[in-house]
Design a protein around this ligand. Structure first.
Ligand code: HMG
Length: 389
């Protein structure tokens, strides 16, 4: 696994004060402390490439071993050329590699992951690995209710028949999809549009449908106590921390638990440590929450089952599960994700607003002459995006 976030962020308490809102509404009410805000040299491609490089390095995997690269994103940089092709070029992945992009709001990365699992299980992988990258920059209008739920980042995962972090359980998955208009981004807009409170209800309805479908698919004998106590942890899609709390309350109520909040810290708390510092990263949000669980849980999760709930507006959702592998927590801790977050620089609100304005025209920004290094977006020349390697 690899994770990339912007080097800069906005403190939600500062944003609240600038908008004339009590800081408690964003920090406690939404459960977000900071949100990542990318500068103009960062885009969906650079975040994806940085996360993918970290995943390859962390696994000691050569680019030559990758036979499938899929980037899930809803903030792509081109109507035709996939983010995945740019990533292939930046990372030097082999030409004998199937490459494409998937889109279904925040579910796009999970769609890619499930497809990669089938590719591995079918034998088509022939020992090669799939590289799945979820990369997005969440953007709502300045001053809108969605503004404090922005964020940016990417999570990359290597999928193979020798899992080192999580062994995803074949057949244990429940899907729910429904045509709803809860959140969308018209072709003419850089900002997402959302029917905020309705989107929360759509998420909860999808959770219920997917959780019930999972239980039917898993077909396990009835047991004592709450069904969700079969999991050592639950990782929900996190558009903002409070949504996970609402999700957990709903799921435990479905289980017949009359004190549905009592298990929240035990089953969910660790998964929210990193997301609360980064905000919504759309496709990668649930996987950042998984990274958070594995890097911050103090108890040994080896051999324990984790439940995962992925939700994409529009909508499609999936509840699935995996078993934590020996050494997984040490591997993710070794990525030093918490330390990386503390090294970021805070933007003042005027700086953040300048960045938001500059990002409006990012796609047409003339390419800077300076070569630069480290997977940075330099601008466009002859209608082609230029990246520093
Ligand atoms: P809002 O309507 O301005 O906020 O925006 P609110 O009035 O609902 O207040 C939020 C919470 O703060 C409430 O808590 C208040 O009580 C509390 P709740 O009742 O929900 O438990 N509050 C305070 N707490 C402490 N101190 C205070 C205080 N004041 C109030 N002083 C909304 C909220 C989520 C609607 C908005 O931010 C929004 O539209 N966000 C974007 C949409 C979104 O994230 N939806 C989530 C579900 S859909 C999804 O997850 C998919 C998505 O990721 C996209 C994709 O799939 O691609 C979004």
């Amino acid at each position: 696994m690899g994770v990339a976030v912007p080097d800069t962020y906005v403190e939600l308490a500062d944003l609240a004060m600038a908008r004339g809102v009590a800081p408690g509404k964003y920090v406690e009410g939404l459960g977000v402390t900071r949100m990542g805000v990318p500068l103009v040299n960062e885009d969906t491609v650079t975040l994806a490439a940085r996360a993918a490089r970290m995943a390859l390095e962390s696994a000691g995997c050569s680019p030559e071993d990758v036979g499938l690269l899929v980037v899930g994103t809803e903030t792509a940089v081109d109507h035709s050329k996939p983010v995945a092709s740019y990533v292939q070029g930046l990372l030097g992945l082999p030409t004998r590699c199937r490459i494409f992009e998937t889109k279904h709001a925040c579910y796009g990365g999970t769609a890619a992951l499930q497809m990669a699992l089938d590719w591995v299980r079918s034998g088509s992988a022939k020992g090669r690995k799939a590289l799945i990258v979820c990369s997005d920059i969440a953007r709502y209008g300045v001053g809108t209710p969605g503004e404090p739920t922005q964020g940016a980042g990417a999570v990359a995962m290597l999928v193979s028949d020798t899992p080192a972090l999580l062994a995803l359980e074949a057949g244990k998955t429940g899907v729910y999809s429904k045509d709803v208009m809860d959140f969308w981004r018209p072709l003419y807009s850089k900002d997402a549009l959302v029917d905020g409170h309705y989107s929360v209800q759509c998420y909860l309805d999808a959770l219920e449908g997917a959780y019930r479908a999972y239980q039917e698919a898993a077909a396990e004998p009835a047991g004592e106590g709450a069904y969700s106590d079969r999991f050592a942890a639950l990782v929900y899609h996190v558009p903002y921390g409070k949504m996970s709390r609402k999700a957990h309350r709903h799921l435990r109520t479905l289980d017949g638990d009359t004190a549905p909040d009592a298990s929240f810290d035990r089953l969910v708390g660790n998964s929210l440590v990193l997301p609360s510092q980064v905000g919504n990263i759309y496709t990668g949000s649930m996987y950042l929450a998984l990274a958070s669980l594995l890097s911050t849980a103090s108890q040994d999760l080896t051999g324990q089952r984790v439940g995962l709930f992925s939700y994409g507006s529009g909508s499609c959702a999936e509840f699935f599960s995996g078993v934590v592998q020996a050494g997984a927590q040490e591997r993710v801790k070794a990525l030093g994700l918490e330390a990386r977050l503390t090294r970021r620089r805070a933007l003042s609100i005027p700086e953040y607003e300048d960045v938001m304005r500059a990002r409006e025209h990012l796609d047409e920004r003339p390419a800077a002459d300076a070569a630069g290094t480290g997977f940075r977006y330099q601008g466009t020349r002859d209608h082609k995006r230029i990246y520093a390697t």
